[in-house]
Design a binder for this molecule. Structure first.
Ligand code: ASP
Length: 341
């Protein structure tokens, strides 16, 4: 670890918040005080530098501009550091992790996102362990090669592939899960790296950063009883170029004619529709049931076992590349960095 350098990028989130003494509402604190709250940071053999967002964000305010900003910081400092830790609110961490995994093309260093459920200044905070172990993972090497060279989320003793992760609990310390991909590492007395689950990267590759997003995406979450009025109104969203259709079970939707014909009309107009299941685990198989098969027949793309977070961010980035709907389909179906099986 001696000689290793980690850059800690603080974007905001609960981990860096304190309770306002008057209103009792959580608000960002001066992150410069981090070593007062976590003196353990001084004990690391590796060098830790910090980059602070001047206006820390509640992650509900994340958007492609902020993702670009984070990616540009990494791009800028890439040669100077062995690994990066991004402190981020847990609410939209899975979206940011997914977006960064697609943006940082050729990444061969760890980019570990973490945060906490309780502010770092509180006695029972989960933030200390999350922060300390995330730094350890970002700095970890074997035979001079990083052990986790991908965009990952570290939370409550588990290291997850970032673009496979979903926030599942707003109260438990174990706030994340990765239903369709195994853990990259588990932290106990030792940190056990599950090497075969971790991306095999080219150590010589050059980083290039994709920064063009197109936000003209939307999601339509189905429910029994959804009306034609609502769906047709939704389909008329000005500028709409791609959507995630959140379906039932293995990718099934109502087979009523009005529904299929609204979808078909949109696809004929060049709108890309990706089918992602509302189920947390498992994926879409449009060949399994007649209801899913009708979606396949009209040109809906099967999202397989991709998460909603990865699907929507991947679509924004693919649309940003200004390619045809046909090319977007091919690219969507081929994994960029392990987000889809
Ligand atoms: N609202 C916070 C955020 O996402 C929650 C957290 O940090 O966990 O920024």
């Amino acid at each position: 670890m001696i000689g290793t350098k980690v850059l800690l990028i603080y974007t905001g989130g609960t981990i860096g918040m304190i309770k306002d003494s008057e209103t009792r509402v959580l608000k960002p604190f001066d992150f410069q005080q981090i070593t007062t709250e976590v003196p353990e940071l001084n004990k690391f053999e590796c060098e830790i530098d910090t980059f602070l967002f001047e206006a820390p964000l509640d992650s509900s305010n994340m958007n492609p501009n902020v993702w670009t900003r984070i990616a540009e910081i990494i791009e800028d400092k890439y040669a100077d550091y062995d690994g990066f830790v991004i402190l981020h609110g847990s609410d939209t961490m899975a979206f940011t992790a997914s977006a960064l995994s697609f943006m940082l093309h050729g990444l061969n260093k760890p980019v570990i996102l973490t945060g906490s459920q309780l502010p770092i200044g509180t006695i029972r905070t989960d933030g200390k362990e999350n922060l300390i172990t995330a730094i350890e993972i970002a700095a970890a090497k074997k035979a001079n090669k990083p052990l986790a060279p991908e965009v990952a989320i570290y939370f409550e003793y588990n290291l997850y592939r970032g673009n496979r992760t979903t926030k599942v609990n707003s109260e438990d310390f174990e706030a994340f899960n990765s239903f369709n991909y195994p853990l990259l590492a588990e932290a106990g007395i030792k940190i056990k790296y599950n090497t075969r689950n971790i991306l095999d990267v080219d150590t010589e590759s050059k980083l290039s950063v994709y920064k063009k997003f197109d936000r003209n995406v939307a999601s339509l979450k189905l429910f029994p009883g959804i009306t034609k009025e609502f769906v047709s109104h939704f389909m008329k969203t000005p500028g709409l170029k791609a959507m995630v259709l959140e379906t039932f079970g293995s990718g099934n939707a109502t087979s009523e004619d009005w529904f299929l014909s609204l979808l078909k009309k949109a696809i004929d107009k060049g709108i890309v529709i990706v089918n992602v299941t509302q189920c947390k685990g498992g994926g879409v198989d449009q060949s399994k049931y007649e209801s899913g098969n009708s979606l396949e027949a009209i040109g809906v793309i099967s999202g397989g076992d991709i998460t909603f977070e990865a699907a929507i961010t991947k679509l924004m980035l693919l649309l940003g590349g200004k390619t045809s709907a046909e090319k977007i389909k091919t690219k969507f179906l081929s994994p960029f960095c392990g987000e889809i099986s």
